[in-house]
Design a protein around this ligand. Sequence first.
Ligand code: F0G
Length: 526
Amino acid sequence: MSSPAGGSVFADRVLNDWLSSVGLGIEYSRAEANTLYFVDEDGEEVPVLDHVCGFGSLIFGHHHPDITAHAKATLDQQIPVYVPLSRQSHANDIAAVLNAILWREIQGGDGDYAAIFANSGAEAVEICVKHAELERRARIAKLTEEVGRNAQKAREAVGAGRATVAENPYIQLGREGGETERLEQLLAEAGRRNAELIAKGPVHLALENAFHGKLVASVQLTQNPHWRLPFTSLASSTRFLRADRPEAMKAAVEELRMNLLDVLVDDGVVTVVERDFPVIGAFFVEPVQGANGMRPLTEAAAREIRAVCDAVGCPLIVDEIHSGMGRTGAFFAGSHMGLRGDYYTLAKSIGGGIAKNAVALFHRDRFRPEFEVMHSSTFAKDGFSASIALKVLEMLEADDGRAYRVAAERGERLKEVLTTVASDYPDVVDAVHGIGLMLALEFKDQTRAASEPLREKAASGMLGYCIAGLVLREHRIRVLPVGPAGNSVRFEPSIYLTDADIARTENALRDVCTILRAQDGDRLTP
Ligand code: F0G
């Protein structure tokens, strides 16, 4: 069969060329625990230590034998996989476990959370965007009803000659006509302005350098301008705030404030008053900002964010897609800094490394039950991924949470080593960030490096990728850059990281540091 014009590469043509150019264009053929394998030119299987682990979605590594056995058994039993609009009690089973963990780690028994399932992290975030808007619309409806009732009261008072219409700073009234005409003129103009405001979408709050996904609404919550800006016209905008600047956070909220115009009859006079309008849809927060180079929130910031949400009345949405499922040494990373959310999102490791699954949780006080019928997805909540999720949760909770303790201990061990490397090479390493098995080593900026190839790679944001290429080529270790400047390298392996793996990692990083110190830019070129 002849291939169509333009060659026969139908998928990933640009991506693959680019991966090859930085030395990452390898096709893996097998995966197990923290090891990926590829077959070299001699037909030999080459092991590669995987520190990326599916962008942190493999808390139990690639193909954990218990998860694989469970998956096989599930399929052998011919459990129903796709049966939408039927009773699917597995959804409730998962939600029950998640509620129990939430109560234990964060809520102290403060109410329960309803669950809505999705197929990916970004989808779970978008479900939260939709639900927050449903909440906001309900608040707006309540407000407009009140405004409508007050208009009616004013009409009655003016009609009965009990009230006159006062001049007001918002709407200029004509001199002609009686009090009734003046009131109708006032209500018409206030109604027009209110309708304009009501028709607008919400503004969301998120933290600087946030990452919440790349779908239509979620990409607007992801700060990276390269991914976000081409699509701003498609969805609500986001105000990005600094977690360490509580005053600026409050000032931004104040700046966003908008008011509906209402009328009140007071002492025989109809006056115009402003009513606080719910402009802000929700505040989205990652307890550890993964894509920002593994930066955990501080306890003080968590408190400030909670206070902002309480003052505004909007939901605080804790995005645990990356940090949740045990990676930081607790099931919910937010439990380390006392971050209490109104909604939560989970994804990544809930799929056990073999299924696609995600879930959004909503505090019962805020949950709008009609949402269960309004939102749906063909694949979400399917029997297979649910069965895997229950197995993963069982494994995490087993032996009184042994997996969390191992994640914390392995993470500490790896962090110790990264910190030693950083202190041995203060001229090329800036810092170590993160918690548990969610770590990053941040290299110093090389845009003014003595070596021209280094300068060029740094200026084009490619330095981190070239470091990853070298580490793969020469040390058979898979890392990837992370962070807005691409200067950091991410480490988020499974809990089965061994001391030998850590020693190999240290060796590779010392090699990178030596190259940077020697300004040996050529060695970073594939
Ligand atoms: N939220 C957070 C905090 C994430 O880290 C991610 C993905 C998402 C949402 C979106 O999830 O990819 O399943 O749609 N983070 C990846 C990363 C891409 O680089 O760690 P998704």
